[in-house]
Design a protein around this ligand. Structure first.
Ligand code: SIN
Length: 534
């Protein structure tokens, strides 16, 4: 997909490249740089990530009352029958040590009398969410990891550089092609190991909590390179996005319900009572489903989050980010009921990996939201996502030693045939219009409630969008649109195949779970020469 230019692209050589700068990318880069020559490539600036926006915190069995076994059981229960148990075991067993290490480099975790303060969130049977800055965990943690990366200074940081494709040779991933967003120049970044940490794909929907950069790049390029992607039908909608028609939607952390906030319908009733034993703190898929029912009954596009019965000083201290952002939007958390609606928040599916973060394409690892390690199953347990990035990036770093040592010489000797020049690109207004069309389609027919007619219509529409486009030129918006199309098509295909309802995947034409036929995963792999050699 390289665009035609007069000169050949520049080349850089590394042991490891990390693509993405959220918790998974930073953790991988800091760890790998202890031994290897590492570059971290970010499409935007380092802080423009979903991690940076994370409010709730990091779940781990850190208290005497808790145990990895309890955390395991909660994760498995929330995952609605599709978690990979081996991966969950690793997550909950290694999680506490990884979080403690993080607290060493990030001293700003909230504490009382020296002990970490642990919050409650949905579907956890015990308070186990470590947080920092009250509700600013993501930005505090990311800043600390960034500092750790910079103080070591062995990582070459490349910002505003969009990785548009992976480089493969002989069935191995050997790096990635990047496009400098300031100069328009392409570079071939050769690496023995490549770590995808590009985050999610929330931009397939019109409204999402994800930042603008979450365009599914890692999933799409891994798929193009022949890696397996899976669980794409499982897109998590968070119950409490602040009601608005403008993306990104401001998320109001589940931790607020953990501190006792209610969900109320338009009659002022706590509608989750009697629906789930944990009421407002039921699993996200259960809460979202009931919210949709309430919204349907009332004809209103939202329900209310109500914290007015809670202590105002506590609210302001524990939730300073939420308090201030709501104030900017004209709401007083202490005195107003806040209109909230479910909003696209997290992709459970992604690049399928084993428990060492290895994708099915040798040399390519994936960690964080871009990955599908299997720890989330059909519905992620709250605050397990930052933990997943920490735990599996650490495992990737440990695996690199074996992989790089065995591959180094081979990758250095490689001769690469560059892809041919791209055809003429699209006009920018076509790209913007196609993106809106894609988002509208996904929002109308592939969001929280799905059925065969809607999914078939969506698939046709996505194909029509694809057919109306030329191959991308050197325009980043075009690459993103193609990536979003790849992700969207696979969400729809998997959702069509899965003729049951499970976790975040709700089919109104198949409302029940069907363990007999569907207690398994839907995977996709492009049949490339490299893949067929495996
Ligand atoms: C939240 O704070 O509610 C979000 C945490 C998460 O998505 O796990």
């Amino acid at each position: 997909m390289l665009a035609a230019t007069d000169s050949q692209p520049a080349k850089r050589f590394y042991d490891v490249i990390v693509i993405g700068s959220g918790i998974a990318g930073l953790t991988a880069a800091v760890g790998a740089a202890r031994k290897w020559k590492v570059a971290l490539i970010s499409k935007s600036v380092l802080r423009d990530t979903t991690t940076f926006l994370a409010q709730g915190g990091i779940a781990a069995a850190l208290s005497d009352q808790d145990s990895p076994q309890l955390h395991f059981e909660d994760t498995i229960r929330a995952g609605a029958g599709l978690c990979k148990e081996e991966a969950v075991r690793i997550l909950v067993n290694e999680g506490p040590a990884r979080v403690r290490e993080l607290t060493e480099i990030c001293p700003k975790f909230d504490r009382a009398g020296g002990d970490l303060v642990l919050g409650a969130e949905g579907a956890h049977s015990i308070p186990r969410i470590a947080h920092a800055g009250g509700d600013a965990t993501g930005s505090v943690v990311a800043s600390a990891l960034e500092q750790a990366m910079e103080s070591g200074s062995r990582v070459q940081v490349l910002e505003n550089e969009f990785v548009v494709d992976l480089l493969t040779n002989g069935g191995h991933c050997i790096g990635a092609v990047s496009l400098n967003l300031k100069t328009g120049a392409f570079t071939l970044n050769f690496a023995t190991a490549t770590i995808l940490a590009t985050g999610g794909s929330g931009q397939v929907y019109s409204l999402t909590t994800n930042p603008r950069v979450a365009t599914g790049d890692g999933m799409a390029m891994a798929y193009r390179a022949g890696a397996t992607i899976g669980d794409m039908e499982f897109v998590q909608f968070h119950p409490t996005g602040l009601y608005s028609d403008q993306s990104p939607i401001f998320l109001i952390t589940e931790a607020l319900r953990g501190e006792g906030a209610y969900l109320l319908n338009n009659l002022g009733e706590r509608f989750m009572m009697g629906v789930h034993p944990q009421a407002e703190l039921g699993p996200r898929d259960v809460v979202v489903k009931e919210m949709l029912r309430q919204m349907n009954d009332s004809g209103q596009e939202y329900v209310y989050l109500d914290a007015t019965h809670l202590d105002c000083t506590m609210l302001r201290e524990r939730f300073p980010t939420v308090y201030e952002r709501l104030q900017e939007k004209g709401y007083d958390l202490c005195h107003d009921r806040i209109p909230v609606a479910p909003v696209c928040h997290y992709m459970m599916g992604g690049v399928v990996t084993d428990v060492w973060g290895r994708s099915t394409l040798p040399g390519l690892y994936a960690s964080g939201e871009v990955a599908c390690t299997g720890v989330h199953g059909a519905n992620r347990l709250a605050s397990n996502s930052l933990l997943e990035g920490l735990v599996f990036s650490d495992r990737i770093v440990r695996d690199l030693d074996k992989y790089i040592t065995s591959m180094e010489e081979e990758v250095r000797r490689l001769h690469i045939d560059l892809p041919g020049p791209a055809r003429e690109g699209n006009r920018s207004e076509d790209v913007a219009a196609s993106l809106r069309r894609l988002q509208k389609t996904m929002t109308a027919d592939v969001a929280t409630v799905r059925n065969e007619d809607g999914l078939m219509k969506a698939l046709e529409e996505l194909r029509a969008i694809h057919n109306s486009l030329k191959s991308p030129g050197a325009d980043p918006d075009e690459y993103e649109l193609y990536n979003l199309l790849t992700v969207a098509v696979h969400i729809v295909k998997a959702a069509l195949l899965r003729t049951e309802s499970r976790g975040a995947h709700l089919r109104e034409d198949f409302p029940e779970s069907d363990d007999e036929h569907w207690k398994h995963h839907v995977n996709f792999r492009l049949k490339t020469e490299a893949a067929e050699e495996e």
